[in-house]
Design a protein around this ligand. Sequence first.
Ligand code: S3P
Length: 193
Amino acid sequence: MDVEASTPSPREIEALARRIDRPVVLVGMMGVGKTSVGKRLAAVLGFGFVDADEAIEQAAQMSIPEIFERYGEAYFRGGERRVIARLLDERREAVGNVIATGGGAFVDPATRALILDHGIAVWLDSDVDTLFDRVARKANRPLLQQGDPRETLLRLKAEREPLYRQAPIHVESRSGPHQRTVTAILRKLEQWQ
Ligand code: S3P
């Protein structure tokens, strides 16, 4: 039997949830499914779920496209770093949370260091065709609003891959039910130490 494909039993999941002593932080490209997979993973583990992009929008009282348009990417990255630092702060009961980050968060050296030091980074990975299918319908990603979005995804994926690779856990998020990806993450978390 393929262990990575079989869902752990409730008892195994309970034992795993007890053992996880840091927030589980999903990193990877736009469109890979960090938010949907993160919500499901949190529900299975009985953890809370936080979407870092949403937390940034709440803190700024502005949408991400608006932040990019008014203040630029560098300003957004600064806000993203501060928000992620807050979400990872143990004193705020960050343990027992799954955090989905925006695709560029782990690319920023300071944010990456924070995540590697205080969380369990899980790199969700997909091929560019799958990413493109998932982002094509939405216009909420400022980095894809100029030029050919497929080319941009290809370029960003190539640039970012060596950095995402620093995450201790790597899981393929194929097209198809997100539950399969959640199961693969649970199995890898069981092996993580
Ligand atoms: C970005 C990804 C977006 C969002 C912003 C920048 C990126 O989040 O943070 O548009 O640099 O890849 P998602 O990965 O959730 O789309």
